[in-house]
Write a new protein. Structure first.
Length: 405
């Protein structure tokens, strides 16, 4: 969508500058007029594509989405129109990206388009689960409940994500510190020791000689080292974010016992949360399964969604569908069977999601508890190698300096 740059004055006569995203110049003028701005200059950016890319890179914070859902649930319940609601959001938004998204959705509503179409302009910010919930709410007249459910789900997902990051933060800091100290030792400390040993013409052990040669080489080629480290870091980031890289990383991760269970429980928690919210919102079972399958971080999720659709369309009970898939534990299938029999499937799925969230937390604790001693062992091995490599030559040096030896 084109990006327009503007200069305008507000009601107090203060000069305002910025950008606004709109399909046409007329829409841009309408958006600015809604903000009570008197336009002085309005022109399309020289490179709309570049501006759009910059716009998307800013992101739409999850906390903003949670706040949006909760506020819309309250406003719809109070009888406020969606156009007025998004006008208020746009005026109060501090984040430029968020403000422009709200302006664009408000423009779509004023043109008579459904709310779903306004949100669907930004697939990077609003996924299929979100869009399906809004669509179902609009169709059934339960938009208030749809936003309430989505706000709850987004909050639970954000809490789970933060707990995961917080649990892994300490090991990551330790690993980074170990790497940083290693680089510092090899580029600054060991080269100075190496020059001392070389000037004394001592007979050095193989390990000591190798470490010193490597450290002297790195000291002479620090720019090359920096470029290599940055290149390696960039390659890792690109590999991890690419589709093929994610597949390789996932196939390696699932071979580790603790990590395998952690990833399984995390996927199951998100899947059950999404499925529960979609079914509560009135989305059909087949469509709900297909959308919920999309949140799974599995390499075969496409085949899984197709399998679900085929079995459900044949009238097969949901519990049997899950029982036939080895990805899903038998406990989950039994719980779903209970939900289907009692007519409380959505609530049971939410209970299952909470259960697997707790399992994620327990698995994280076990993983960190296992990782901490391994890191300490790695530190001990590194220190031991340094001691073995340099204590022996130092003792030899001291022996040569002693009189009568």
């Amino acid at each position: 969508m084109p990006v327009f740059q503007y200069k305008a004055t507000n009601r107090k006569g203060k000069l305002m500058t910025g950008t606004v995203t709109a399909a046409t110049e007329k829409e841009a003028k309408t958006l600015l007029a809604d903000q009570n701005l008197q336009i002085l200059i309005l022109k399309e950016s020289a490179s709309a594509t570049t501006a759009s890319l910059h716009f998307f890179k800013k992101g739409f914070p999850t906390n903003e989405k949670i706040s949006l859902c909760r506020n819309l649930a309250v406003m719809v319940k109070a009888g406020l129109s969606l156009e007025e609601a998004f006008e208020l959001f746009a005026k109060s938004a501090a984040n430029q990206t968020v403000r422009e998204v709200f302006q664009s959705i408000g423009m779509a509503l004023r043109k008579g388009e459904p709310l779903t179409k306004g949100f669907s302009q930004y697939p990077r910010f609003f996924d299929e689960v979100f869009l399906s919930m809004i669509k179902a709410g609009e169709s059934s007249g339960t938009l208030e409940q749809s936003f309430a459910y989505m706000g709850q789900q987004l909050k639970q997902e954000e809490d789970l994500r933060r707990k995961t990051i917080n649990a892994l933060l300490y090991p990551l800091i330790v690993i980074c510190l170990m790497m940083g100290i290693g680089v510092l030792m090899m580029t600054f400390v060991l080269p100075r020791l190496g020059r001392v040993f070389l000037t004394l013409n001592l007979e050095l052990p193989f390990l000591t000689k190798t470490l010193l040669q490597v450290s002297l080489f790195l000291e002479k080629n620090i720019p090359l080292l920096i470029v290599s480290l940055l290149g390696s870091a960039s390659a890792v980031v690109i590999a991890v974010t690419s589709r093929q890289g994610k597949k390789i990383l996932y196939s390696l991760a699932v071979r580790l016992p603790v990590v395998k269970n952690l990833m399984l429980y995390y996927n199951l928690a998100r899947f059950n949360q999404s499925l529960s919210v979609l079914l509560k919102g009135g989305v059909a079972v087949g469509e709900s399964l297909a959308i919920a399958s999309g949140v799974l971080a599995l390499t075969n999720k496409g085949k899984l969604a197709a399998s679900f659709n085929e079995k459900v369309s044949r009238g097969q009970p949901l519990a049997d569908v899950f029982a036939e898939e080895p990805t899903f534990p038998s406990l989950m299938a039994r719980m779903v069977a209970v939900g289907e029999k009692t007519g409380k499937l959505e609530d049971i799925l939410l209970d299952v999601a909470v259960f697997y969230q707790e399992e994620v937390e327990n698995s994280l604790k076990n993983f960190v508890a296992l990782l901490e001693p391994l890191l300490m062992i790695a530190v001990g091995i590194g220190v031991g190698i340094m001691i073995l490599a340099f204590i022996s030559p130092i003792y030899s040096l001291i022996g040569k300096l002693q009189p009568g030896v």
